[in-house]
Design a protein around this ligand. Structure first.
Ligand SMILES: NC(=O)C1=CN([C@@H]2O[C@H](COP(=O)(O)OP(=O)(O)OC[C@H]3O[C@@H](n4cnc5c(N)ncnc54)[C@H](OP(=O)(O)O)[C@@H]3O)[C@@H](O)[C@H]2O)[C@@H](O)CC1
Ligand SMILES: Nc1ncnc2c1ncn2[C@@H]1O[C@H](COP(=O)(O)OP(=O)(O)O)[C@@H](O)[C@H]1O
Ligand SMILES: [K+]
Length: 517
């Protein structure tokens, strides 16, 4: 699913009105009605107090449409106009008149703290104060209103975006923003739902379809894309009946040092379950026995050194190489890595300590083949691109880094974002069960394994991140967040593949209904 910028959303609204020959008022009616339907389906007329807080722009207009429908359906509604400006949008005014026609209880005008109503914890707050039009600092009394919402502990439903958030920046203080339990977003999810610093402002989100022109969306090139099953299915390469192990390449996993051989075992096994034909592991001598015992399917090549890698030399021709897990950052290993990069022609995935070696000696970045995949966790990323001011600064710096060095950067985290040139691919799978040792090694093995099988490095990264997260989601039911470990994630990659082709469950039709039809 495409994640539209604010400008693209406004453009989409305008074009839709033109092409469907409807007014912006009608589009707002659609938007507000969708919100009403969402609430009505869940509330079924329950008489919980609903406080709808409307700004003076179109987000407020949506709130007024919703409030009118709630009044018409007999809900216990209180509507407020948060009067932070003397301006009013045209469609706000239209809907202000319309709500006055259906109730004697006109919206209460609020202009300072004294006007704040009492909100009980069991009430519902609808936040239609600011939408994507917020463009400057908010008045102090309005910030106090947001704090009043939060202090009330009432469930808060935000329309389009939690008020106080802008689509392309991080708020200065968490007191300047509405903390929503749920956000109903029009047309496109917003990037801020997926970033570490801003995702907390909406516990859950959902996109409501307001019928924006499909051709416009289809042709649109967006900076960010949300990656779910629909997006990875076209990437998947089916297997031919007469394929053989030679058809799926030979992966080489280079890593390990004394006490850290497990990382190589995990990556190599992950590469195998991703579907490669052959896997070899390159480890220091101390890794030979543990690897052969733990993973009989893999071949093992050893370094001359007993405890760490000192010279990466082999006489196979791997289709792709994953390097860096557990190798440490000592000088001999740095030199071995440098010499390896000077010789290497195979596509690369660089992870863990190899990333730290790149940060230690940045000249090595020039030796990476074009399209190399880097898979840093936040600390490794910081060593590569320097400190960032906030999440947007981080993404911009990563983008600049990706462009400069022609590499793909997989920014790992709760919503892993793969960055390549001008584009962000935001993953939707995965859960906090993955916050455990070795899951990054597994990811590296999967991505290296997919490149080995002939996937383009960018597709391999996006697909690999999806499969890895999906595997964790599948086993969540069995192991929960606490007891999930990296090996179980490897075991579940098979199910993640199978899930790609599962049809959504159809609603059960009773025999009586079948006979009727
Ligand atoms: N277009 C459509 O057809 C549809 C739009 N939809 C809805 O419209 C929403 C966007 O609406 P919007 O553009 O009117 O902006 P909104 O967020 O309501 O803000 C109001 C105005 O406040 C102002 N302002 C900004 N910051 C300020 C500040 N700090 N303190 C004081 N004032 C400030 C600023 O105006 P300015 O003063 O800069 O001229 C701004 O314009 C969108 O989120 C969705 O809910 C849906 O109905 C679908 C159809
Ligand atoms: N809260 C979370 N939600 C989803 N995925 C997570 C979460 N925390 C970590 N992960 C994922 O787990 C993996 C951890 O990788 P990394 O930090 O390199 O671990 P290790 O070095 O122990 O292998 C990454 O793929 C990351 O995206
Ligand atoms: K809002």
């Amino acid at each position: 699913m495409k994640i539209l910028s604010k400008e693209q959303i406004y453009e989409g609204d305008k074009l839709t009105a033109q092409r469907q020959n409807i007014s912006s008022t009608e589009l707002m009616e659609r938007a507000g009605t969708q919100i009403f339907n969402w609430m009505h389906m869940r509330m079924q007329g329950a008489q919980v107090p609903i406080h709808v807080f409307c700004g003076i722009g179109n987000n407020g207009g949506d709130g007024l449409v919703l409030a009118r429908h709630l009044v018409n359906h007999g809900y216990n509604v209180h509507t407020y106009v948060v009067n932070y400006s003397d301006k009013r949008s045209k469609d706000f005014l239209v809907n202000y008149d319309r709500i006055k026609q259906v109730t004697k209880e006109w919206p209460t005008l609020m202009a300072c703290e004294e006007d704040f109503p009492t909100i009980t914890p069991e009430a519902i707050i609808v936040d239609a104060v600011f939408g994507i039009g917020l463009n400057r600092p908010i008045a102090d009394w309005v910030k106090k209103l947001f704090q009043h919402f939060r202090a009330s502990k009432a469930f808060t439903l935000a329309i389009d975006i939690p008020s106080g958030l802008q689509t392309d920046s991080v708020p200065e203080s968490e007191n300047d923003v509405v903390w929503a339990g749920y956000t109903l977003s029009f047309q496109s999810p917003k990037l801020i739902f997926f970033l570490p610093e801003t995702s907390k402002y909406s516990v859950q989100w959902e996109v409501l379809d307001i019928g924006i022109d499909l051709e416009y969306i289809y042709k649109l090139n967006t900076e960010a894309e949300l990656i779910g099953k629909q997006e990875v299915l076209p990437i998947y390469k089916p297997r031919k009946r007469f394929s053989h192990k030679g058809s799926f390449g030979h992966a080489l996993i280079v890593g390990g040092s004394y006490g850290k051989i497990g990382s190589v075992t995990l990556s190599s096994k992950a590469a195998l379950v991703s579907g490669v034909g052959l896997v070899s592991a390159y480890v220091p001598k101390c890794g030979y026995v543990p690897l052969q015992v733990a993973l009989p399917e893999a071949m093992v090549i050893t370094d001359e050194n007993e405890k760490f890698i000192s010279n990466i030399s082999f006489d196979i021709t791997p289709s792709a190489i994953g390097v860096g897990i557990g190798i440490g950052t000592q000088d001999e290993t740095l030199l071995a890595f440098e010499n390896f990069l000077k010789e290497n022609k195979a596509p690369l995935v660089v992870d863990a300590d190899a990333l730290n070696l790149l940060s230690k000696k940045t000249e090595l970045l020039a030796l990476l083949p074009k399209g190399t995949v880097l898979t840093p966790h936040p600390k490794e990323l910081e060593r590569l691109i320097g400190e960032w001011k906030d999440d947007f600064d981080k993404l911009n710096k990563t983008k600049a880094f990706s462009k400069k060095h022609e590499v793909i950067v997989v920014v790992k985290g709760a919503n892993t974002i793969t960055v390549f040139q001008d584009k962000y691919y935001v993953n939707t799978t995965g859960n906090p069960g993955l916050a455990t040792a070795g899951t990054g090694d597994v990811l590296m093995g999967i991505i290296a394994g997919l490149i080995t099988q002939g996937y383009e490095p960018l597709s391999a990264s996006v697909f690999g991140v999806y499969l890895h997260g999906k595997a964790a989601d599948i086993i969540l039911e069995d192991f929960g967040y606490q007891s999930m470990i990296a090996s179980y994630v490897i075991d579940a990659v098979a199910e993640a593949y199978i899930d790609l082709f599962k049809q959504p469950e159809q609603p059960q039709v009773s025999e009586a209904e079948q006979e009727e039809s």
